[in-house]
Each structure stands twice: as structure tokens, then as C-alpha cells.
Design a protein around this ligand. Structure first.
Ligand code: HEM
Length: 318
């Protein structure tokens, strides 16, 4: 009897999936906007280029923003929403270290897109975020890849929905977090290579100095000097070439010079060390795997016309 009922439910699920309208399943594809907004990619490229010329923080901040958006409620630009009651994702303590420059990259690109009459109010903020992340990577010397498009913007953003990985996570915690996004250990390691760009503030790593035996002692004394001379505003780069997207991040981990505990653990834990060594010795392999992983990250929780909208102002639902 139980198996009969199970069989019925399986059959019913198969039938109802087959009957689902196509719009209920997100269909991302490159060139989604090619007839709607033919110059989209050129417009976003030049806008991001201008933002990057204005500040070296723009590219790292825009890349991190894309991760923090996709990881919470999916890639729906909910991280951009400003709610008048103060209950929104960006005001969660875990998002307070996101740099304003990253938000500005998106607002500038959206303004540039909307200034083209063919494109006005037709391109989602979520897609602009995905394109801006690609531009931040490729214009920093990293890989260029086709970005899948066709996301709709979410209408909801709350502090309580924010669950993000922490800099003191061990490998099991990292794996369990990323598997919740449908990403494997090697995809998590490739994506951690995003830390080839940018910096971290002292509170995220200071606790490791003098206590974490996996940290190189010379690196530890440098960091100690940085943070003790400026305990509130001190920061250090996540790898030695913080404006260049390369595999130096992984070579750095081999030398015990990873800044965050969650980065260094990828080398110190023998279950992930092989992948770190592979990327450290083969930048092409890192780039290829990073592109595949960020493309997969870009599919997380994507909204459709039925569940989202094209926001006119990225800060406010329509
Ligand atoms: C694996 C889990 C991760 C943890 C625990 C983590 C944690 C952190 C922390 C603590 C910072 C420093 C924030 C600050 O001081 O302002 C940071 C910065 C950054 N993260 Fe991650 N992150 C993770 C994954 C990722 C992923 C998947 C990406 C993108 C692919 C990414 C991109 C960045 C970038 C680019 C920065 C530099 C931001 C800047 O300079 O403004 N992170 N991350």
C-alpha cells in the first residue's frame, strides 16, 4: 500500500512538472537581451571601467556583492534593497563590511543602461550584478566568460534571511554551507579564489596572529604591526596582488600566508590541499573552474517573471 501511494505521488510529481508553464522554471541564457537591449554588455563594460578608474575597491567590492546577493534568497539583487523600516539584508551585521563602492558600481551601471532608450527599465538589477561581477573579474586580468542572463529581481529583503559563511569556518563548515547552494568542495575552493582581489579588515583575521600555527611567522608579525598600529581601520590584502585576478591567492596559501582562516584551512586540511596545489600550479585550470563555478552560483534561486520583477531603481521594489 505504502509503495502504491509513493508510486502515485512520484507519477503525480512527474506529470505536474511536465505541465508546469515554462515561465515557472528559470531559463537563463547568454544574449537574453540581444534584441531587447543590444548594447547591454558594452554599456555595462564601460560603466564598470569608469567605476574601476575611480576606485581600486570597485572591482573587489562588486564581486563580493554578487556572492552575498546570490547566497541569500538567490541572485535576485535583494542585497540592493533599502527598506524604510531598516529591515533589509545589507543592514545585517554580516553585510556591514560590504563596501559602498560595490553598490555604487551597480547603481552607475544601471543608470548607464537605463540612459539607452531601448534598454530603459528592461534589464534586471540581478543581471546587471552578474555582468558587473564578470567585468570586475575580466578587467582585473581574470577570465572573460559569457554571462547567463534572464534573472528577475526579488521584492523581498530581510535581515533575518542573511546566512553567510564566516572567516573562522573549517572545511566541514565551508562544505556544508556551499552544499546548501548546490556547490561542491572543488567549486567552493575555486570560488574562494575570488579572494585574489581585495582586502579584509583586522577583526576578520587578527585573532589568528600568534595563535594559529598554520600562519607563516613573518606574515604574522607584519599583520601584527598593521593591526596594532590601527586597530579600528587596519586592513590587509587578501593576496599580494589585490587588484589582479590571478592564482597568486593559491600560491600564497602554500606559504602559510592566507589572511582568512577559511582560506588557509583549504591548504592545511589535507582533504582540500590537492585542489589548492592544482590551482597554484595551473592558472588556466583555476580560471576554467572558477568560470564554471561562478556560472553555477549565478543560477542559485533565480526568479522568473512570475516570482519577480524588473526593478526600476535597484534600491527599491517597484
Ligand atoms: C568561502 C567562504 C567565504 C568567506 C568566509 C568569506 C569571507 C570574507 C571576508 C571576511 C572578507 C573581508 C571583508 C572585509 O573586511 O571588508 C571577504 C572579502 C572578499 N570576499 Fe569573501 N568570503 C567567502 C567567499 C567568497 C566568494 C565565494 C567570493 C566571490 C567569488 C568572495 C569575494 C570576496 C572579495 C572580492 C572580497 C574583497 C572585498 C573588498 O576588498 O571590498 N568571497 N570575504
Amino acid at each position: 500500500m505504502a509503495s502504491l501511494r509513493l508510486g502515485f505521488f512520484v507519477a503525480a510529481a512527474v506529470v505536474s512538472a511536465a505541465l508546469m508553464p515554462p515561465s515557472a522554471v528559470a531559463q537563463l541564457r547568454p544574449y537574453y537581451y540581444s534584441s531587447i537591449c543590444p548594447n547591454l554588455e558594452v554599456i555595462v563594460r564601460s560603466s564598470v571601467q569608469q567605476s574601476m578608474a575611480q576606485s581600486p575597491i570597485s572591482a573587489p567590492a562588486a564581486l563580493r556583492l554578487f556572492f552575498h546577493d546570490c547566497a541569500v534568497r538567490g541572485c535576485d539583487a535583494s542585497i540592493m534593497i533599502v527598506n524604510s523600516n531598516g529591515d533589509d539584508e545589507w543592514r545585517n551585521p554580516d553585510n556591514q563590511s560590504l563596501k559602498p563602492e560595490g553598490f555604487q558600481v551597480i547603481l552607475n551601471a544601471k543608470a548607464a543602461v537605463d540612459s539607452d532608450p531601448r534598454c530603459q527599465y528592461k534589464v534586471s538589477c540581478a543581471d546587471i550584478m552578474a555582468l558587473a561581477a564578470r567585468e570586475s573579474i575580466s578587467q582585473s586580468g581574470g577570465p572573460y566568460y559569457e554571462v547567463e542572463l534572464g534573472r528577475y529581481d526579488g521584492r523581498v529583503s530581510t535581515k533575518a534571511s542573511v546566512v553567510l559563511p564566516h572567516a573562522n569556518f573549517n572545511l566541514d563548515q565551508l562544505n556544508s554551507y556551499f552544499s546548501g547552494l548546490g556547490l561542491s568542495q572543488s567549486e567552493m575552493i575555486a570560488l574562494s579564489g575570488g579572494h585574489t582581489l581585495g582586502a579584509a579588515d583586522c577583526p576578520f583575521f587578527q585573532y589568528r596572529i600568534g595563535t594559529d600555527p598554520t600562519m607563516d611567522p613573518n606574515f604574522a608579525s607584519q599583520l601584527n604591526a598593521t593591526c596594532s598600529s590601527n586597530p579600528t581601520n587596519g586592513f590587509a590584502f587578501l593576496d599580494p596582488s589585490p587588484v589582479t585576478f590571478d592564482n597568486a591567492f593559491f600560491r600564497n596559501l602554500q606559504g602559510g600566508k592566507g589572511l582568512l582562516g577559511s582560506d588557509q584551512v583549504l591548504y592545511s586540511d589535507t582533504r582540500s590541499r590537492g585542489t589548492v596545489n592544482y590551482y597554484a600550479s595551473n592558472q588556466g585550470a583555476f580560471f576554467g573552474d572558477f568560470v564554471a563555478a561562478i556560472t553555477k552560483l549565478g543560477r542559485v534561486g533565480v526568479k522568473t517573471a512570475a516570482t519577480g520583477e524588473i526593478r526600476r531603481d535597484c534600491r527599491f521594489p517597484n
